[in-house]
Design a binder for this molecule. Structure first.
Ligand code: NAD
Ligand code: UD1
Length: 339
């Protein structure tokens, strides 16, 4: 299949490119490098030994999209391009609505003009908001608590209406839990530009000495060790979920959400210990106050993805920690060292 991957140079996109190419798909990336570097694609090419098309451009730009649709003629699109920092989304709401909503609209318009009917979308478990029950299944009410989360839910609604409007259309909405880990080679991984917002990249930077200690955001939650519980999902498992979703989209019409998680959750201290085991290094921690907007626990019921797409996670906590350490120790300055 010919697959256009928006945001393909990013963290999750880059790992997905490798899985797509390994399955024989023909792939073209559209990225504006607002949160990535072209070096990523050099590494993907080296790891895959394969052909990979790429276009530098913005997903909101209609003429770039029309040219791509005409030249590459994709059978399907995987739409990763977007802004993703929860805290920043409160400070710059219009930027988030612009990229995440106008970007999705521009893409769907171009797909409609070109007759491209299948899309896989990067959504997030954050669309559920405060849990009414756990694990979340896909019928759990949605009530996102951030601007970022609202852009994801609105995009899901737009995709659902688009898919319903014309019979051959299909949209697969993947609600990721907490993506972590890296490619086993240590050559691809997550490369935050500023101070990491998320737990795993922060721990990794403490391990290589870039940060002094991990601030643990609260140890007074109603959880076994008092710290937050999350359903961490290895990025390679997540990448494979996109390949399964493409196959699903070919066989189905309409829109359907799927949770992408493991069905198991871990605390902040579990993650610290796993990383200490994988790296052989001590991770100093300091308990601080809770982070506003955090929930005590998240957990996926991922049985729908298993039953309907034949997908399930195969990597465990040790794989997540070991691959993150392989990436961080080999690339202490991320992709920056390449440029
Ligand atoms: P990322 O920032 O590493 O990747 C996003 C990519 O999109 C980057 O390469 C960036 O340069 C590109 N991009 C951004 N705006 C663009 C634009 N206007 N035009 C073209 N390209 C643009 O993020 P990621 O972690 O790989 O996340 C990918 C997607 O998954 C995002 O939509 C994100 O919201 C979603 N998601 C991520 C997580 C997570 O924890 N990483 C969780 C749930 C959902
Ligand atoms: C955050 C986002 C969420 C997004 C998800 C994946 C917020 C409020 N939520 O969720 O919308 O979908 O990332 O990108 O930002 N922690 C620490 N110290 C740190 C960092 C995190 O103790 O320096 C704790 C957190 O309190 C939490 C756990 O580690 O209990 C995981 O945090 P994080 O990786 O940021 O993910 P989420 O909070 O699930």
């Amino acid at each position: 299949m010919r697959v256009l991957v928006t945001g393909g140079a990013g963290y999750i996109g880059s790992h997905t490119l490798l899985e797509l190419m390994a399955q024989g798909h023909e792939v073209c990336v559209l990225d504006n490098y607002s949160n990535a570097t072209p070096q990523v694609l050099t590494r993907v090419r080296a790891l895959s030994n394969g052909e990979l098309g790429d276009v530098t451009g913005d997903v909101r730009d209609a003429s770039t999209l029309d040219n791509l649709m005409q030249d590459f003629r994709p059978d399907a699109v995987i739409h990763f391009a977007g802004l993703k920092a929860v805290g920043e989304s409160a400070r710059k709401p219009l930027a988030y609505y612009d990229v995440n909503i106008s970007g999705t609209l521009a893409l769907l318009n171009a797909m409609s003009r070109a007759g491209c009917n299948k899309i896989v979308f990067s959504s997030s478990a954050t669309v559920y908001g405060e849990p009414r029950y756990l694990p979340y299944d896909e019928t759990h009410p949605t009530n996102p608590m951030s601007v970022y989360g609202r852009t994801k839910l609105m995009a899901e609604q737009i995709l659902t209406d688009w898919a319903a409007a014309d019979a051959p259309r299909g949209a697969v909405l993947l609600r990721y839990f907490n993506p972590v880990g890296a490619h086993a080679s240590g050559d691809l991984g997550e490369d935050p530009r500023d101070i990491p917002n998320n737990l795993m990249p922060f721990i990794a930077q403490v391990a290589v000495g870039k940060r002094d200690a991990l601030a643990v955001f609260g140890d007074d939650y109603d959880t076994p060790d008092g710290t937050g519980l999350r359903d961490y999902i290895h990025v390679v498992d997540l990448a494979r979920a996109h390949v399964a979703a493409l196959d699903y989209a070919q066989r189905h019409t309409g829109a359907r959400p799927f949770n992408i998680g493991t069905g198991q959750n871990y605390s902040v201290f579990d993650m610290v210990k796993a990383f200490e085991r994988a790296s052989g290094r001590k991770i100093p921690t300091q308990v601080t106050s809770r982070r506003p907007g955090d929930v005590a626990a998240m957990l996926a019921d991922a049985s729908r993805a298993n039953a309907e797409m034949g997908w399930q996670a195969t990597h465990d906590l040790n794989d997540m920690a070991a691959s993150t350490w392989a990436w961080q120790s080999k690339n202490p300055d991320g992709y920056g060292a390449d440029s």
